[in-house]
Design a protein around this ligand. Structure first.
Ligand code: UTP
Length: 472
């Protein structure tokens, strides 16, 4: 066993040996002083109590939702039912925005490995003409709301060790996209080691363990530990709009959603969309033993996946968009009490070193990563509310390099929405059967986000042709 002067660290090292992790120090004698220091810093970051839990999970069976639990569809305020209710709740949402009671919360700590972009996903260019990044798109949506409701919506952004510096640098370089610097708060989530099938922590180099972000569920503790929840309370923020980095159509701080959430006195609300079909890879919200929760598509049995109602509709149709409204007090209480979300394990290709310390290719080794999911918090709320949104207007995710949920589909969805605003306001634009214009053009969220905005500005709008950009 290796020995270090720091007694706390020494104790940790001993615990690691006790948990069969002595291989971490296999190359110790070969390391130079800087490398030794790097390894010790990483070891210091390991929470041994969590390690014990993860190792137990590795050897046991993760509870499968399907089969263990009784699932039923949950109550959803559907698009059809919203027609008669939207206008009643809107003033509640708008008033909360005007009063500064709302903050936006973006989780952007993920690695975006499916997209294969070298850098934080938020800096990926998505708009058709100006090639604006996802971050810029969100910032402009916030600015629009700030202006419309004469407010300053604080924006909390969770990053991780893997992308924090690049993210913060990008915002600085872009001058915070016109938002005020003190309205934006960045903080990091925690990281977790990954394991091989024998329960050994994976080493990516002789002096470096493989760590990855602990899942979007890590946001609960990260919000608390970073002081962000306290900051919200100090600013008088009561409602937190949670969203993910990949949805180009996100309806940020949607006043209708907010209104429903407030009217329902919910602690956590969820926006859902109708799944395109039973096999769409999307988690569904439903009742799990009587309590609202999300079941991952891979956890639904075949029977549940394809189940239909008496009206021959898909039984579990309510796809989770990962857009939530959360009550800040509820989050504070849970986080202060050290509430923990369950770990889920996933098999991944992880680059690592072999027994002689040589790097081996990523596709050669299957590792196990652990993550927590924010939607598991639903299982802990007293009251939750679920609202259906129009997929075409509010959801288009950039997940993959190509094919479905890719930059190409996101661009088409943006174009379709721009075109709908223009034609909805009665301006000339020819579109095909899919609602797509014949050429690329772009509308900044600062310029218009509704047909009414376009109507108001119609005098300023030139004939729309290839490359037209309507911006402020
Ligand atoms: P995804 O499930 O798409 O994961 O995250 P990912 O890591 O970004 O992408 P892949 O799977 O490697 O391709 C959904 C959202 O949750 C955030 C992501 O940044 C994204 O906004 N997230 C995910 C975190 O903030 N932290 C995490 O540990 C994981």
């Amino acid at each position: 066993m290796i020995h270090v002067q720091d007694s706390v660290l020494q104790q940790k090292i001993e615990q690691l040996y006790a948990y069969n992790q002595g291989h971490i120090f296999r190359f110790w004698e070969e390391l130079n002083d800087t490398e030794k220091e790097t390894l010790l810093v990483q070891i210091n970051k390991i929470d041994v109590s969590i390690l014990k839990e993860l190792l137990a999970l590795l050897s046991g069976n993760e509870k499968e939702i399907s089969g263990f639990f009784k699932l039923e569809p949950t109550d959803v305020m559907t698009l059809k039912n919203r027609i008669n209710r939207d206008n009643a709740v809107l003033p509640l949402g708008e008033e909360a925005l005007r009063q500064g009671e709302v903050a936006a919360f973006l989780v952007a700590g993920g690695q975006g490995s499916r997209l294969g972009f070298d850098g934080p996903k938020g800096i990926f260019p998505v708009t058709p003409v100006k090639q604006k990044s996802l971050f810029q798109l969100f910032a402009e949506k916030l600015q629009y709301l700030n202006k419309k409701y004469d407010t300053h919506i604080p924006w909390y952004i969770m990053t991780s060790e893997t992308n924090h510096e690049t993210t913060v640098r990008f915002f600085r370089k872009m001058n915070y996209f016109g938002l005020s610097e003190n309205e934006i708060r960045f903080f990091k989530q925690d990281m977790l080691p990954a394991f091989d099938k024998a329960g050994k922590i994976i080493m990516e180099e002789k002096h470096r363990l493989f760590f990855s972000p602990n899942g979007h569920g890590g946001s609960l503790q990260a919000l608390y530990k970073s002081g962000s929840l306290a900051d919200m309370e100090a600013r008088g923020v009561k409602h937190l709009f949670y969203f993910q980095v990949d949805n180009v159509l996100v309806n940020l701080c949607d006043p209708f959603f907010l209104g429903y959430h407030i009217a329902a006195q919910a602690q956590m609300s969820t926006k859902v969309i109708r799944k395109t079909g039973p096999e769409e890879k999307m988690g569904v919200i439903c009742k799990i033993n009587g309590q609202d929760g999300v079941v991952e598509y891979s956890d639904l049995s075949e029977e549940e996946t394809f189940a239909r109602t008496e009206k021959d509709e898909l039984k579990y149709w309510a796809g989770n968009t990962a857009i939530h409204m959360m009550d800040v007090k509820f989050l504070s209480t849970r986080a202060q009490r050290g509430a923990k979300l369950p770990y889920h394990k996933a098999e991944k290709n992880i680059s690592c070193i072999n027994a002689s310390g040589e790097k081996i290719k990523t596709d050669k080794k299957k590792g196990i990563k652990f993550e927590t999911f924010i939607f598991d918090l639903l299982l802990d709320v007293r009251k939750s509310f679920t609202l259906e949104a129009d997929r075409g207007k509010e959801f288009s995710a950039v997940k993959n390099k190509a094919g479905s949920d890719s930059p190409a589909t996101a661009k088409q969805d943006l174009l379709r929405n721009y075109a709908a605003l223009v034609t909805g306001a009665g301006l000339p634009l020819s579109v095909n059967a899919e609602g797509l214009p014949e050429f690329d053009f772009e509308i900044s969220p600062l310029f218009a986000q509704s047909v009414d905005d376009i109507k108001e500005k119609r005098e300023q709008i030139p004939a729309i042709t290839k490359g037209t950009y309507l911006g402020d």
